[in-house]
Design a protein around this ligand. Structure first.
Ligand code: FHN
Length: 469
């Protein structure tokens, strides 16, 4: 993306001293310019898709929390029946663009270890002869998606899971293998055990690390410029934006990140399992209470995550309902008003088509974004101390954008304490001017709105303020 050429000139470096790290031992972060450009994108498409989609379960933790060992063994054969003959990367990219999304984050490999690209490091992949789709003309799904989303001018993000339940050594380094929901004590015991394994099984640990490093190298070498590396879960004793306690694990992580930033100098890396070297926070299925000071992105499912089998990132059957536009717009605009990015997930069917409800919701979102994107792209968090009861606010330069969810009844007005004189006020829909006046104390502005809101859920008023605020 255009910002890539900027960032190489102004990356600031966080020095890390680590015994095992290579001589340069600097783990840089993405530049402010790069992060500002990413933050301006605001809205992305998350996609969870692969062999697991055939289960129609929606959640992958079912495999370790509810499946018997025999069922689990069957799940590892899902690669032998994965054949998405209706997969059309261009159609997916066009639906994302039409919805107003500016980037993609795609599951190159999730916890089940199935790889959606032509990896040379395991046969559990879409291009291996064991997978029927390998016989298609272009079986490398990652390659197809990168080309299609790039062609639509969208950013490219690779999701990659630090845990891999299919990998022979993985059993040693992730407490998630101890099936069933763990109690706090069990989880602590499991963490202690996996850390001990790093020391007692050095060769196994080395093999596991080399495998992940090798796969990340493939992904960041073979598909051109990649904008985002979106890790998930963590290595032993890890977490999200927390210190990695074990020195060897930390040094291996530093090494992995230095390799990633060396291969893709402008890449943005998230905070999952990356100690404090990540570039943005990743609240999941929720909006942080306060507005985090740094860069952050909420990821959320399109389907109701608690309808069936828990979780909702994966395909949940053709009849799975999408969340309502009311819910999605409320969440999305609230995230924007706090300065965050919104990554909305779609779980395609195993045949490569998007669920009907997702297609419909993406069209609804695109129609709303068509009218209101001026208030979204490039906007920053609400600068006022006030969170109005009628909706949310974003800012861009000298403009404030009022997202009105609770449209005033006939004869009533909405009010706001605005810092400085207002030059103009207009509805984004049709650019119709809006009448406003100051209350007696000159402290609050009263806006007189049309009886009928331009959009049944959220309509936007743009106001230009004279003085800097
Ligand atoms: O277990 C995964 C889950 O399937 C999904 O990928 C989410 C996306 O943020 N991450 C993990 C749960 O936190």
């Amino acid at each position: 993306m255009k910002f890539r050429s900027i960032c190489t000139a102004c990356v600031f470096v966080m020095c890390v001293t680590a015994v095992y790290a290579e001589p340069d031992s600097d783990v840089s972060k993405a530049s402010i310019e790069t992060m500002e450009e990413w933050n301006d994108w605001k809205f992305g498409m998350f996609i969870h898709w692969g062999a697991w989609s055939q289960t129609e379960i929606g959640a992958i933790w079912h495999m370790w929390r509810e499946d018997t060992p025999e069922q689990r063994a069957q799940r590892f054969k899902l690669n032998e029946t994965f054949n998405p003959v209706k997969f059309d990367a261009t159609e997916w990219a066009r639906m994302a663009k039409a919805a107003g999304m500016k980037y993609l984050v795609f599951t190159t490999k999730h916890h089940d270890g199935f790889c959606n690209w032509d990896t040379k490091l395991t046969g559990h992949s879409v291009t291996d002869p064991a997978c029927p789709y390998s016989k298609s003309p272009n079986p490398d799904i990652v390659k197809n998606l990168v080309e299609a989303y790039r062609k639509e001018g969208l950013g490219i993000g690779f999701y990659y899971s630090h845990i891999d339940w299919h990998h022979p050594q993985a059993m040693l380094f992730s407490e998630t293998y101890l099936g069933g929901k763990l109690t706090r004590e069990q989880r602590e015991k499991a963490r202690t055990k996996e850390l001990a394994n790093v020391d007692s099984r050095p060769e196994d640990w080395k093999e596991f690390v080399q495998f992940e490093k090798g796969q990340v190298r493939e992904l960041l070498t073979n598909y051109g410029e990649i904008d985002i590396l979106w890790f998930d879960i963590w290595w032993p004793s890890g977490g999200y934006s927390v210190p990695i306690k074990h020195p060897k694990v930390k040094d291996d992580m530093v090494d992995l990140l230095k390799m990633a930033r060396g291969l893709q100098p402008g890449i943005i890396i998230n905070n999952r399992g990356t100690d404090f070297f990540g570039d943005f926070e990743t609240p999941e299925q929720k909006i942080p209470e306060g507005a985090p000071s740094g860069y952050w992105e909420t990821n959320m499912t399109m389907t109701d995550p608690y309808r069936r089998h828990g979780g909702g990132y994966w395909y949940k059957g053709s009849d799975a309902p999408a969340k309502s536009m009311d819910e999605l717009l409320n969440v999305m605009v609230k995230v924007f008003s706090k300065g965050g990015n919104f990554l909305l997930n779609v779980g395609p069917a195993p045949d490569g088509t998007f669920p009907k409800a997702a297609v419909s919701r993406l069209k609804d979102l695109g129609s709303w974004m068509n009218t209101n994107s001026e208030a979204v792209y490039g906007s920053k968090r609400n600068p006022l101390g006030e969170n109005p009861d009628w909706g949310y606010i974003t800012r861009k330069d000298q403009n404030l954008y009022l997202f009105v969810f609770d449209w005033p009844k006939k004869g009533e007005k909405i009010t706001l304490a605005v810092p400085g004189k207002i030059k103009s006020a207009r509805l984004l829909k049709g650019n119709k001017s809006v009448t406003f006046s100051y209350d007696s104390g000159e402290s609050r502005v009263e806006f007189t709105l049309p009886n009928k809101p331009p959009h049944p859920i959220a309509s936007v008023i743009a106001i230009e303020v004279e003085s800097r605020f």
